[in-house]
Write a protein that binds this ligand. Structure first.
Ligand code: SF4
Length: 114
């Protein structure tokens, strides 16, 4: 006859595994929820600064300061990782901007060239 009793050691091992797994899952879920999202061009803050995801679509006639080559990637306010498609901008806390985006407060990052 097979012994179906669960040993105390096995019971404790199962409980410890569960105790570790639940907080880990909660941390992963919280991190995913806290990940910043790409700002919407229709966001009032984005509209106020004439932000666009694609600098090539900037209306140069309406934005006299815009020059070809100005993009978020070479702006002093951009804190995204070099080579990444999008990153953070000091002007839009908690949101991401496109590396090839632009807005009307663009300023050349020190050491960068157009
Ligand atoms: S401040 Fe600079 S990095 Fe931020 S959206 Fe405007 S151009 Fe892009």
């Amino acid at each position: 006859m097979e012994d179906t009793r669960i040993s105390r050691r096995r019971l404790l091992q199962g409980a410890m595994t569960g105790l570790v797994a639940v907080p880990a899952a909660a941390l992963i879920a919280r991190e995913a929820a806290a990940a910043p999202a790409l700002i919407d061009e229709s966001d009032p803050a984005a509209k106020a600064l004439a932000y666009l995801h694609d600098a090539k679509k900037v209306d140069a006639a309406a934005n006299a300061t815009y020059k070809n080559g100005q993009v978020c990637d070479n702006c002093i306010q951009y804190t995204g990782t070099a080579g990444a498609g999008q990153g953070s901008c000091n002007m839009f806390p908690g949101k991401l901007v496109k590396a090839k985006g632009w807005c009307k407060v663009w300023v050349l990052k020190p050491g960068a060239k157009l």
